[in-house]
Every structure is written in C-alpha cells, then in structure tokens.
Write a protein that binds this ligand. Structure first.
Ligand code: FAD
Length: 410
C-alpha cells in the first residue's frame, strides 16, 4: 500500500464517522480547544431517514454544547410533550404526559427531528471552528497502534494516507471497520424479520382522534409505530421472518398500500414519500476500547428502534467519552483507567438497560395472544392514569434514569 501525506504532527483526537455520535464528540472537544480531525467517508453529511426522536438527556447535553445548536433544533423540530400506546381493537389509549417529569429535566418532551438535521446544524458550527478539521470523502480503512499513538489509515480522492493521533474514536456506525479490525466481537443477535419504514404526507392526525406525535399501536394482526417528524408522518411495520428474503415484494407499492390501508382505510392510494427495509439487531461490543482506540454509538451497540434509544445512547456515549478525553488531554490523566470507567459506565448500561428495554418493548408490541394484549393495555392505562407511576415510567423511558445510573457508576 502506498502512503502519502504522512504527517509528523500528532493529532490529539481523530474521530471516524460524522454521524450523531461523532459530530457531538467533535464539537464537544473543539469547543474546549482540543484540535480534532473528523473523518467522514461520504462526500457530504448523509441525509437518510433514520432516528427522529431526541430524548430529554440528549437535549440537555446538546444545549451544553452551546453555539445555539439547541435553539436551532427546537426551532426546526416538533415538541412531543405526550405520547401514546393505542390498542386498535378496543380503541383504548394510554397517554403519557411528559410534563410530569418537568422537575427532572430542562426539556420535558421528546423532540421529533430527523437525525440529519442535528448533524447538519453541528456541521455548520464545526466549519467555523479553527480547532475542528472536518474531512469529507475520507474513509478510515484500518489502523495500527503502539503504546503512545495510533496510525489511522485513510482513503480519500487524494490517495491513501496515514494520520497519526493520540486517540482514535470509532464512531462509524454498526459496520465499524475499526471494531472489526480490532477483533472486538459484536455480541448478540439479528432478528429473523425485517422492519419496514414508510413515510407519507397523509394527515393521520385528522383521522385518529387526539393522536399524539409518537404512537405505539398494538393490533393482533399487525402492530405498528406512527411517528410524526418535523416534516412528515412515518409508519414502522414489522414484517414476518418467512417473507424477509422477498425484499422486492416488501418494498412494492402493492404491499405498502395494503399495510397503510389496513392502518386507515381511505379512498385511493396513499402517497409514499420513502420506504426503507432494514435488519433489526440487538448487539453490544464485547469491550468499548482497546488501548488508544475507543468505540462510541452504533459502533459498539445497536438495538431495535422501539423506544428511540439507539441514537440517544450514542449521543450519551459521545458526551461521556468526550469529557474523559478532555481530562486526559488537558489535565494529564492516564487514559486506561478512564477508558475502563467509560466501558463500565456505558457498556454495562447498554447491556442492562437499553437491550433489556428494547427487547421487552418489541415483545410487548408483537404479542399475538389477545389476552396478553388486553393485559398490556390495561397495565399501560393504569400506569398513565396514576401520576406517580406515570412519572416513574417516563423517567425510565426518557432515558433519564439510565443516564443518572451511568453517571453514578464508580
Ligand atoms: C433504517 C434505520 C432506521 C433507524 N431508525 C431509528 C429510530 O427510529 N430510532 C433510533 O433511536 N434509532 C434508529 N436507528 C438507529 C440510529 O440511526 C443510529 O443509532 C444512529 O445513527 C447511530 O449514530 P452513530 O453516530 O453511532 O452512527 P451513524 O449514524 O451510522 O454514523 C456513522 C457515520 O460514519 C460514516 N462512516 C462509516 N464508515 C466510515 C469509515 N470507515 N470512515 C469514515 N466514516 C465512516 C457514515 O457515513 C456515517 O456518517 C435507525 C437506523 C437505521 C439504519
């Protein structure tokens, strides 16, 4: 392999991947005068429809970044100050009012905003900071590390180069080449079925009474999640393991129209904005660091989207890890105990909390036994109707408890 552009300067931190986790971390470090190189393999920030819910602790962390990022997000997003669990057979609705947690957070709501809006807003700020060096079309292809540095191999239109850094952060998502090259196992499983997400401009709020912006809808024949982003309604449907291989059919107009008509029968076809079919995984990396290489976000944990904990967990990793990198680089603390602490705080939590909750959420949604569904809805209605129980439920689902637990972890 040819090596061009080998530099004698050692970058304090190189981050692979300008997704939500990498972007938050880059801004956190650059804001504190730590020069950071952010490498993104795409030619521009990806604009794909993925996560769209920001939980209260994530909003607090983003607000603390400064530069008006939170104000721009609040101006562009939709505030979901309540959300619902709906039973389609009985029409029972359990509504959780997020104002109940107003004494526990500055942002007692879920902000519905496409994740690419967040990375774009942060990207605009990074472009103005001398401490941030953002390089598009730069793909990390591997690394080697020694006791005091990491050599990061990067492929770009200018050729292949090596960037020497003190710390490499892998935030390149679930297919992280850094994690793979480090030989870190991604433990867990992939569900047999796929999830289908479609968007439509059809005004569901006009046909379902008192619909909130986030709705988990149970149904013995087909459960779904109906979410409003700042732009459009999005519906997530499960598919069956038996049909998983037939992507052409699952993505066909006919199949999608049938699903949407089953949700709400209307005259004529729905207009379909986009459609995505994806594999659903529950995985956590066996360790979150190896020497001077540290993982954050989907690079080290991935889960089903029920509850919106994937991207949010990645933002919480990034915030936690960035604070430790500041202590290492500005206060001279040893990196190994701090990375070990990061591993305990964030990995244990991913296993205990996020995996457990998201797996349980999916099981509850997909229960086929009518009695189980009746009991589930009754439990949710009783919880929502009791302010104390509803508050405890919200503190858990809004990820406030898990961030507190993670911070309290010695
Ligand atoms: C179809 C889909 C729907 C989803 N829906 C939801 C949802 O509803 N709710 C939810 O909470 N989560 C959802 N998720 C998960 C959520 O999108 C992720 O948790 C979140 O994007 C993780 O952020 P990240 O920064 O860790 O990684 P990513 O967002 O994956 O960002 C990684 C970045 O790294 C770049 N990159 C990759 N490889 C390299 C490389 N070798 N070198 C340099 N750059 C590289 C990529 O181009 C990308 O910009 C969904 C995911 C998918 C795929």
């Amino acid at each position: 392999m040819t090596q061009q552009g080998q530099t004698n300067n050692i970058a304090p931190v190189v981050i692979a991947g300008a997704g939500p986790a990498g972007s938050l971390m880059a801004l956190y470090l650059a804001q504190r005068d730590i020069p950071v190189v952010l490498l993104e393999k795409e030619a521009a920030l990806p604009v794909d429809l993925r996560a769209s819910t920001f939980h209260p602790p994530s909003l607090e962390m983003i607000a603390d970044l400064g530069y008006g990022v939170i104000d721009k997000m609040l101006a562009r997003g939709l505030k979901a100050d309540r959300y619902q669990y709906r039973d389609r057979r009985s029409n029972d609705v359990a509504t959780f009012d997020m104002s109940l947690i107003a004494d526990s957070t500055r942002y007692p709501f879920r902000l519905q905003l496409e994740q690419y809006e967040f990375t774009r807003i942060v990207g605009d700020v990074l472009a103005t900071l001398p401490t941030a060096d953002v390089r598009f079309s730069h793909e990390v292809t591997g690394f080697t590390q020694s006791a005091d540095h990491v050599d990061v191999e990067v492929r770009s239109p200018e050729g292949v180069q090596t960037i020497r850094t003190r710390f490499l952060v892998s935030a390149e998502g679930a297919r992280s080449v850094v994690r793979k090259q480090a030989g870190i196992d991604y433990l867990g499983f992939t569900y047999d079925e796929k999830f289908l997400v479609v968007s439509t401009s059809f005004p569901f709020e006009e046909v379902f009474e008192d619909l909130s912006w986030v709705n988990y809808v149970s149904d013995p024949e087909e459960w779904c999640v109906i979410l409003r982003t700042e732009k459009i309604w999005r519906v997530l449907f499960p598919t069956t393991p038996e049909t998983a291989a037939d992507e052409e059919r699952l993505l066909s107009d006919e199949f999608i129209q049938e699903r949407l008509q089953h949700l709400w029968r209307k005259d004529g076809d729905y207009d379909i904005g986009h459609r995505t079919l994806y594999n659903v995984n529950q995985r956590v990396a066996e360790t979150y660091y190896q020497g001077r290489v540290v993982l954050a976000g989907d690079a080290c944990h991935i889960n089903n989207p029920l509850g919106g904990m994937g991207m949010n967990g990645g933002l919480h990793d990034a915030n936690n890890l960035a604070a430790k990198l500041v202590r290492i680089l500005q206060e001279g603390e040893d990196h190994i105990p701090l990375f070990e602490h990061y591993n305990r705080q964030r990995r244990d939590l991913a296993v205990r909390f996020v995996q457990e909750h998201t797996i349980a959420n999916k099981k509850l949604m997909e229960a086929r036994d009518p009695q189980e569904q009746i009991e589930r809805q009754a439990m949710l209605m009783a919880t929502a109707a009791d302010p104390q129980k509803a508050k405890a439920f919200l503190l858990e689902r809004a990820m406030i408890n898990c961030v507190r637990d993670s911070e309290a972890q010695a």
